[in-house]
Design a protein around this ligand. Structure first.
Ligand code: GAR
Length: 189
């Protein structure tokens, strides 16, 4: 059995899709932990509804302590999926999970990445620059924000009358369509 931990701090729509996918896939792959830094995040309710363990993390131990690595190892976490997790990943975790941690970014990296570029901020920047297309990037995580090796990209058109909200909807649809299958491909190799 390969065990996935999903790190998420928001609504958790991607987390829900991934959990569902691996329940239906009936493979030896399961989401066994949700790691979250926000006690009010929707993803915690999703975890509870599926009876999945959660780890609510604090800044101090995450950035200056053991980065919760002992807990991840105790739970035999093989693979980490970032799905709307907004804190930088400490080097201790990056080293322990080299090539075993991926992120999804709501734009076509290397454009519109880096610190502070998340959620609607990304979509607003794309619209302000009058881009005609945007999309998603799934990439391995290294110590530079949004710069790890790109695994997969998919695009969608940006229309003249798109708003950050309508663009976010298109991007979410792409994320929900592709993220689980990409995780499956990597873990099934
Ligand atoms: C997703 O669109 C994801 O790409 C983005 O946060 C959203 C989380 O949505 N991540 C980033 O912006 C990371 N820089 P969700 O909580 O509904 O899955």
């Amino acid at each position: 059995m390969q065990q996935i931990a999903i790190f998420a701090s928001g609504a958790g729509s991607n987390a829900a899709k991934i959990i569902d996918y691996f329940i239906s896939a009936k493979k030896q792959i399961t989401v066994s932990l949700i790691v979250c830094n926000n006690p009010n995040a929707g993803v915690l309710k999703i975890a509870a509804s599926y009876n999945i363990a959660t780890l609510l993390i604090d800044k101090e131990p995450f950035f200056k302590g053991d980065a919760y690595l002992p807990q991840l190892q105790e739970m035999n976490i093989d693979f980490i999926v970032l799905a709307g997790f907004l804190w930088k990943i400490p080097e201790k975790i990056i080293t322990a999970y080299t090539n075993r941690m991926i992120n999804i970014h709501p734009a076509l990296l290397p454009k519109y990445g880096g610190k502070g570029m998340y959620g609607d901020k990304v979509h607003t920047a794309v619209l302000n620059n009058k881009e005609t297309q945007s999309g998603i990037t799934i990439h391995f995580v290294n110590k530079h924000y949004d710069e790890g090796e790109i695994i997969f990209q998919a695009t969608c058109p940006v229309d003249k009358n798109d708003t950050p909200e309508t663009l976010a909807k298109k991007i979410h649809a792409l994320e929900h369509k592709h993220y689980s299958a990409i995780i499956d491909t990597i873990l099934s190799q």
